[in-house]
Structures are given as C-alpha cells and as structure tokens.
Design a protein around this ligand. Structure first.
Ligand SMILES: *Cc1c(COP(=O)(O)O)cnc(C)c1O
Length: 477
C-alpha cells in the first residue's frame, strides 16, 4: 500500500507534502529509537559478515522500492550496526555523542537546505554565521579586526590557515602567490609543528605545493608538549642554513594525549624570527567554557585558531571554525563570479560568505552552535566539560595506583593513554575482545609501545562505569 510518504517528492507548502514530511520524520525517529535497547556501543558484528549483508542490498533497482520497504532494509541492515556514540562504552576517538537540540538543528539545516555561499541562498543563515563568528572571536580574545569562517572540520581549518599564512608570508616578500603560484625559493619554506601534531599539516603542506619535507616535526617534552628550547634552536639553525621558516602551529590538545603546547612561548619564538603562529585547538578549544580554561593558554596570541565543535562541544559532525586575528588573511580565498557573488552585492549590504572559504556550497553549521550555546549557556557547558575533564582525571588516578597498568601522561583534557604492563599483544587483544563485546576503546603507540586510550567525552559517564571497565580490562586474557 502506498503511504503518504510515497506520494510526495519534496518538502513544500502543500498539505500533502507537509504530511509526508511529518510522517517521514516521525517514522525515522521511531526507527532510530527502536534500533538500540541496551547500553552497548556496537553490535559486535565482524567486518566480513557486515560487508556481506551490505553487499547484498539492491542499490538502484529499476523500479524503486516504497518507503516501507526501503526503511525495512535500513532498519534490518544499517541501524543495528551503527556505532552508538552516546554509549558509555564508546571512547576510542575524539568522536562525541551529540546534544539533542543540535540533532534537531540538523533537521532544520537539512529541511531548508540553506547554503552559505551567497546571501540569496541563506539570508538568516548568512547573518547568523556572521554573528557566530563575531561572538567566537570575542570568546577567544580577538578584537574587531578579526574574522573567521565555518569549515567542514579541523583538517580544513588547519589547511586553510596554512595556505592563508603562506600567502601572507610570500606577499610580504613582494610575491603574489594567488596569481603566480609558488616562488622560485619555495623549497626553502618551512612550517613547524609538534611531532605529535595532527596529520592535516602534512596533508596541507602537500596541497599547498610545499610537500611533506616542508613540515618540521618539533620534539616534545615528557608532558608531550613542544620542547620550546629545542624548537628555538631548530628554527634558528634552519635560518642559519638559509631556510625560510614562515609558521609554527601549536597544538592545543593533541589528538592522542590532549597535551597543550605553550602558546605564549611559541609566540615569542615566532616574533623573534618573523613567523606566524597558528593554534590548532580542534580538540582543546572546548576547555574555553570549562573551569579549566587557563590550561589552554591565551589563544588570542595566535594569528589563527582552529576550533572543532564536533569534539568537546558535543555537536553533530560537521562543525568547525577557523578564526583569524587579521580579517584580511581570509582574502586568500576571495574570488568573484558573475553568477554568484557580484561585487556590487557587497556594496548594497548583501554578504556573500563564499569569499572566505575553500568550499563553495557549504552547510549552515553555525545554527547548531547557536542553538546549543543559547540553550546550555556558559553554566550548562561548564558542567558538561568539567565532567569530561574530571572523569579523565579520575580514570588516570585509578590506573596510576594499580600495578597492572602504566599511564605515562597526566591528562589536561579528556583523553588518557595507558597500557596493561604485560606487553603489546595483550593490549591489542584486549581492545579487539572489548570491541566484540560492544565496548569500543582506542589504541595508539607511545614511545614504541602499544597503548590503549580512553577519550571521555560522554557527560553521562560515571566513576562507577569507569571502575567496571577497569575491572573488565584486567579480566580479559
Ligand atoms: C580532530 C583533530 C583535527 C582534525 O579535525 P577534523 O575535524 O577531524 O578534520 C585536527 N587537529 C587536532 C589536534 C585534532 O584533534
């Protein structure tokens, strides 16, 4: 039987379409909610079995299925094996559960399908992004000469910063990289990152035409922060050798350890040698609304800052912003097209944000930030973020005082890297075994040893649950 959903095509003002939309959303909500009933993070299915089931799905049949038939297949094959980010047994990555109001925001974003490229594709969307960027600049200590743009994630924010700072550096030397591409001496350009920085800087160096060799990995100290004494020596030596250092990227919350580079020290080094400073706070930016704000340092000292909202801030993927201290840095991405962002529009008050970003068509992710920030407020976010930081502290203390474990780095944020003392193989098998039980934890390497990792972003997580997990890890043979 054809349902009202089968009769509709697109959402519109027509009553049949509105009814179809209401039914589709309500049935989808039910399908989501009935796909899980326990607290596990994952069904535990093995990859071969899951692949076989997904392989067997008809993909584009000659005659389309009806809504019910299509949804049955989603309910049978897809939803049961989704990863449940909200589970207290899910803690491998900087991959958070999503706040409920922000999931509702996603529905608005999809329903209106706004695009951020030009004012006429998203009037309130454009104005809200402008407002959000302004407020975020203030939150992170930038003044009115700053600006920013929402991006698809921390990687795109970092890569955009790298390109903008490279262009500005070359511009100061009288070279127009936008027009001419790289200069003769481009092989001398160097950017400096922590040896445990995110790989998006390597990707960015490649995309920017500089190559991986342009990325100098600075050694870290015992707390996994850039060793600033060695950093200065390395940069000064490179200058003596005729290289051209143009930027340092501090990591404010390294992906594995949550360690935080010293922005103030790195700013001094950058200033002494005419380098730009970028702060990759994709992870650590969340701490700005916690009681532990001072741990991330004064990020307004950096020329640009990467912020992810889909990590500590618990917003659905994707939501990230790049802030720049000097708004003209974003001119790197400015181009005018007759069909999109005519120059005369801007004279008449129509803001076309496409001129600030790598992307053209772009999601209205600022709505999620607005809805959650407005609803939670500073106090609501503080509770969520403090829980996460304090749970990491609790877990670290528990395993530090347990002979079965080692835990080399005291957590500043919400990640704890640790290992069972009895060897790499045991640690690897513990992670695999837990996965098959629906408990998903992280694995990485520290000083050549296989380590396990908890990323404790879930605000529901209790000490009791953490204790149970420690117990289970010890039991697994
Ligand atoms: C997650 C992360 C990134 C990348 O962000 P995406 O949103 O995944 O692209 C960059 N830097 C750090 C430190 C991160 O933790």
């Amino acid at each position: 039987m054809k349902s009202e959903i089968d009769k509709a095509t697109i959402l519109s003002e027509k009553s049949g379409d509105k009814a179809a939309f209401r039914a589709a959303i309500s049935e989808t909500t039910e399908a989501i909610l009935s796909s899980f009933s326990d607290e596990s993070a994952f069904s535990g299915i093995n990859p071969y079995e899951l692949r076989k089931r997904i392989e067997s799905l008809p993909f584009i049949p000659e005659e389309g299925d009806n809504w019910d038939g299509m949804m049955e297949s989603v309910k049978d094959t897809i939803l049961p094996h989704m990863l449940r980010t909200w589970s207290e047994s899910y803690m491998p990555h900087l991959h958070s559960p999503a706040l409920i109001e922000a999931i509702a925001a996603e529905l608005i974003i999809a329903a209106f399908n706004s695009s951020m490229d030009s004012w006429d594709q998203g009037p309130s969307a454009t104005e809200l992004e402008v407002k959000a960027v302004r407020e975020l600049c203030t939150l992170f200590g930038y003044d009115e000469s700053s600006d920013g743009v929402f991006t698809s994630g921390g990687s795109q924010s970092n890569i955009s910063a790298l390109i903008a700072l490279r262009d500005r550096y070359l511009e100061r030397k009288g070279w127009d990289a936008k027009k001419e591409g790289l200069n003769q001496d481009f092989r001398k350009l160097r950017l400096y990152v922590s040896e445990i920085s995110h790989f998006s800087f390597d990707k960015g160096a490649h995309i920017a035409g500089l190559g991986y060799n342009a990325v100098v990995k600075l050694p870290v100290d015992e707390y996994c922060r850039i060793d600033t004494v060695k950093a200065r020596e390395i940069i000064e030596q490179d200058i003596k050798n005729g290289l051209e250092p143009f930027m340092i990227a501090a990591t404010i919350g390294t992906t594995d350890f949550g360690s935080i580079d010293d922005v103030a020290r790195l700013r001094e080094i950058a200033d002494d040698h005419g380098l730009f400073l970028h702060a990759d706070a994709a992870y650590g930016s969340g701490a700005i609304l916690s009681s532990y704000k001072e741990r991330i340092g004064n990020l307004s000292l950096a020329d640009s800052v990467t912020i992810d909202f889909h990590k500590m801030f618990l917003l659905p993927i994707s939501s990230s912003v790049l802030l720049v201290k000097d708004r003209t840095l974003l001119d790197t991405f400015q181009l005018h097209a007759d069909y999109l962002n005519r120059e005369e529009d801007e004279d008449d008050g129509y803001i076309n944000l496409v001129g600030k970003s790598v992307q053209t068509t772009r999601r209205f992710d600022a709505l999620k930030v607005y809805m959650s920030f407005r609803m939670r407020g500073r106090n609501g976010y503080r509770k969520i973020l403090d829980t996460s930081i304090e749970n990491a502290r609790y877990f670290f203390e528990r395993i530090s005082s347990d002979d079965a474990f080692i835990a080399p780095i005291k957590p500043e944020l919400s990640s704890v890297v640790f290992a069972l003392k009895d060897g790499d193989e045991r640690n690897k098998s513990v992670r695999r075994k837990l996965l098959s039980e629906g408990i998903v934890i992280g694995q990485t390497v520290f000083q050549g040893r296989v380590m396990l990792k908890f990323t404790l972003l879930n605000p529901h997580l209790t000490h009791e649950h953490i204790d149970k997990l420690i117990q289970r890890i010890k039991e697994i043979k």
